[in-house]
Write a protein that binds this ligand. Structure first.
Ligand code: SF4
Ligand code: FES
Length: 271
């Protein structure tokens, strides 16, 4: 009786998955029927079950990226029914549960589609372009061994809160996949703001925004045309207000860089 009360109604779906053997291979959708789906399974657990079935049959399992499975690492990026990270607001693919779907649904699963994120295999894309942007300024320099206590440098509460909001970015790339221009502005704005809001981030502030925006452009990401699909798709609900903040930073840094004395060694990047 108790078991009956807590038993879940199992259902069936069809996964329509993009299969692509390698970066240069042609891709196509393949249907995989899945029966006995528990509504409390995560979407990635369903992919695991489908892959177990494929392996038993001697077929190639579906390649998909994942690591933490709790919305932290940003690796589980794919597009589900046309939306990066699928239906639901403020969640990564690994936080999506099968109760979001209905019996008989056909669920279309494909990799993020953006030129700077080439497909490696099936649902896995290469997002090294984000690493290149981070290398261009996503850091602060501190004197190791003699760093002062963190709380010795007062930070206004409003700035600390904003920096924490920006630091929630997990670098998943959903903002790029959601944008018709494949713009990385939300990602770059989050990283620039996270560091630029703290006193410790001031020495490289101009260099950072110029370098990161310049690298973003060089990597082939598009520009922002105020569609705000990025914030809507972001699993951390990072607001597009950060893009306006970054644009202001970029403008000021460009101005200072253009008029800096010839002997100065600071500045650089996109200009
Ligand atoms: S801004 Fe949001 S969508 Fe873009 S990379 Fe960061 S977490 Fe992902
Ligand atoms: S697997 Fe880490 S965020 Fe989804």
């Amino acid at each position: 009786m108790v078991a009956e009360k807590f038993s879940k109604k199992l259902f069936s779906v069809t996964l329509r998955v993009w299969r692509q053997a390698g970066p240069a291979a042609p891709g196509r959708f393949t249907d995989y029927p899945a029966a006995n789906v528990n509504p409390d399974m995560s979407f990635l657990e369903l992919l695991d079950v489908v892959n177990d079935g494929l392996t038993i049959k001697g077929e190639e399992p579906i390649a998909f990226a994942h690591d933490c499975r709790e919305g932290i690492c940003g690796t589980c990026s794919c597009t589900i029914n046309g939306k990066p990270h699928g239906p639901g607001r403020g969640i990564a693919t690994c936080q999506l549960y099968m109760r979001s779907f209905r019996d008989g649904d056909v669920i279309v699963v494909e990799p993020f589609r953006a030129r700077p994120f080439p497909v490696v295999k099936d649902l896995v894309t290469d997002r090294a372009a984000f690493d290149k942007i981070m290398q261009a300024g996503g850091f602060i320099t501190v004197r190791t061994g003699a760093a002062p206590d963190a709380n010795a440098i007062p930070v206004p509460k409003q700035d600390a809160d904003l920096a924490m909001d920006a630091a929630a970015c997990i670098g998943c790339g959903a903002c790029v996949a959601a944008c018709k221009n494949a713009s990385a502005m939300l990602f770059v704005a989050a990283k620039v703001s996270q560091l630029g809001l703290f006193p410790q981030g001031q020495p490289e502030r101009d260099q950072r925004v110029l370098g990161m925006v310049g690298t973003m452009d060089a990597m082939g990401f598009g520009n922002c045309t105020n569609q705000y699909e990025c914030s809507a798709a972001c699993p951390k609900t990072i607001t597009h207000d950060f893009i306006a903040r970054m644009n202001r930073d970029y403008l000021k840094a460009s101005f200072r860089s253009a008029f800096k004395p010839a002997s100065s060694s600071t500045g650089g990047g996109a200009g």
